[in-house]
Design a protein around this ligand. Structure first.
Ligand SMILES: [Zn+2]
Ligand SMILES: [Zn+2]
Length: 284
């Protein structure tokens, strides 16, 4: 049994870590009211708000692989609830709750590493309307919640543009409607020209610029060509065996998370030691 993982000279029990990750993800979902049966119409109280932010920030100082395990557990178990709640939350009347939901979306591991986020974004029913809603919120000035900033919200919008079905948008070019895309193009351009923009961190600047470029490329190419070809390209990068030292094409899919893929049993067994920590059965 390979029950431990060694990180920087310290041994961690994988079973313990996985249990912790699931527990912490569940706590976050509870605090963010994702399990409430009755739709929340009030905003977060100052205390609840502080408690959630304290939890999120306390996690961020942990080693990367633990943070990743926690948010993978969250994505597998609660992403569909997060999206459903966000859709019924008003930026105007529940700004704290709204900003927190967007913040949680931006903290999740990127689609390339996160089969649950890919699955969610590709589900037309689950994600319907969300691209427009988050796009409009960005235009209306959704409050940034650290560690997210404008760059992180741009990353989220780009992930939606690439992975969500383009037929969700009014012109079929991308999941976000034309007028919202135009607004986003102007806003990301204006942000780059704002005084002091060069002083914000490099990641934020890069992502705002990249989002602006993507919005322009979507308009330049016919129909949904930009979206579909970019997605094909990214999917092509996921074709290889999940045992990174292998290099073969993958033919086998992990039956539990349906995300990790391998060339065969040997590589699956080899990768399981680490994959175990990120492997969850999605709840949606
Ligand atoms: Zn292999
Ligand atoms: Zn798996």
């Amino acid at each position: 049994m390979s029950g431990t993982i060694n990180i920087k000279g310290k041994n961690y029990s994988i079973e313990g870590l996985t249990k912790d990750a699931v527990g912490i993800a569940q706590m976050l979902a509870e605090k963010a009211r994702l399990y409430d049966a009755v739709a929340a119409v009030r905003d977060l109280s100052a205390e609840d708000d502080k408690e959630i932010q304290t939890q999120i920030h306390a996690q961020l100082i942990l080693p990367d692989f633990i943070i990743r395990a926690e948010y993978m557990a969250f994505a597998a178990n609660s992403l569909h609830l997060l999206g459903a709640r966000l859709r019924h939350t008003s930026l105007q009347y529940q700004p704290k709750l709204f900003a927190t939901y967007v913040q949680i979306f931006t903290i999740l591991p990127e689609p390339k590493l996160n089969p649950f986020l890919r699955k969610y974004l590709q589900d037309k029913d689950l994600v319907q309307g969300l691209g427009n809603q988050i796009g409009r919120a960005f235009l209306d000035g959704v409050p940034w919640r650290k560690p997210s900033g404008p760059g992180h919200i741009c990353t989220l919008l780009m992930n939606m543009l690439i992975w969500c079905d383009p037929s969700l948008g009014d012109d079929g070019k991308a999941c976000i409607d034309t007028v919202v895309r135009e607004g986003l193009f102007k806003k990301t351009k204006a942000l780059q020209e704002t005084r002091g923009f060069e002083n914000i961190d490099e990641f934020q600047r890069m992502e705002v610029a990249r989002c602006n470029g993507m919005l322009s490329a979507i308009e330049e190419l016919p129909d949904s060509l930009y979206v579909t070809s970019t997605r094909q390209h990214l999917l092509g990068q996921l074709d290889g065996c999940g045992n990174l030292e292998c290099g073969e094409d993958a033919t086998l899919t992990c039956s539990r998370c349906k995300g990790a893929r391998y060339c065969g049993r040997d590589c699956q067994t080899e990768a399981w030691k680490e994959h175990k920590l990120f492997c969850f059965a999605p709840a949606f």
